[in-house]
Design a protein around this ligand. Structure first.
Ligand SMILES: Nc1nc2c(c(=O)[nH]1)N=C([C@H](O)[C@H](O)COP(=O)(O)OP(=O)(O)OP(=O)(O)O)CN2
Ligand SMILES: [Zn+2]
Length: 122
């Protein structure tokens, strides 16, 4: 099995309004988010060029991230029914892209240099 990944960046605000009011993250604040797409393929499924998938094929994802999430308020971008935690954001991105990128195996989301959430379906 081969695994490749590519990193993307965007900045956004959010409010974790399901948290108790004393929690600092219940206030509006922002992050410089890092998103990593992980793609996997079996050895026999590598392309002629030896790729799981050409990194260049991920250019539309970068444009979508810029258009959909960059400089946005995540509570609005994801919809009010989804709490915009890093966990939910990772799954939301995975669900939005797995049809277009069938090799997608996991989405990683970082809000701060010390934290990561990963969505990897069973
Ligand atoms: N499991 C999760 N916990 C928290 C999330 C999350 O998405 N998933 N999000 C937040 C806040 O949005 C934000 O990320 C704050 O995180 P925190 O680690 O508390 O950030 P700090 O920089 O303030 O942490 P320090 O320890 O002071 O460096 C909270 N929890
Ligand atoms: Zn936050």
């Amino acid at each position: 099995m081969f695994m490749i990944s590519k990193e993307f960046h965007f900045s956004a605000s959010h409010v974790l309004d399901r948290l108790p009011s004393w929690h600092q993250c219940a206030r509006m604040h922002g992050h410089n988010y890092v998103v990593v797409l992980e793609l996997s393929a079996r050895a026999e499924d590598l392309t002629e060029a030896g790729f799981v998938r050409d990194y260049r094929d991920l250019d539309p994802f970068k444009k979508w991230l810029d258009d959909t999430l960059d400089d946005r308020h995540l509570n609005e971008a994801l919809g009010e029914t989804i709490s915009p935690s890093a966990e939910n954001l990772a799954k939301w991105i995975f669900d939005a892209w797995v049809e277009q990128i069938p090799e997608l195996a996991a989405v990683r989301v970082s809000e701060t240099p010390k934290t990561w959430a990963v969505y990897r379906p069973d």
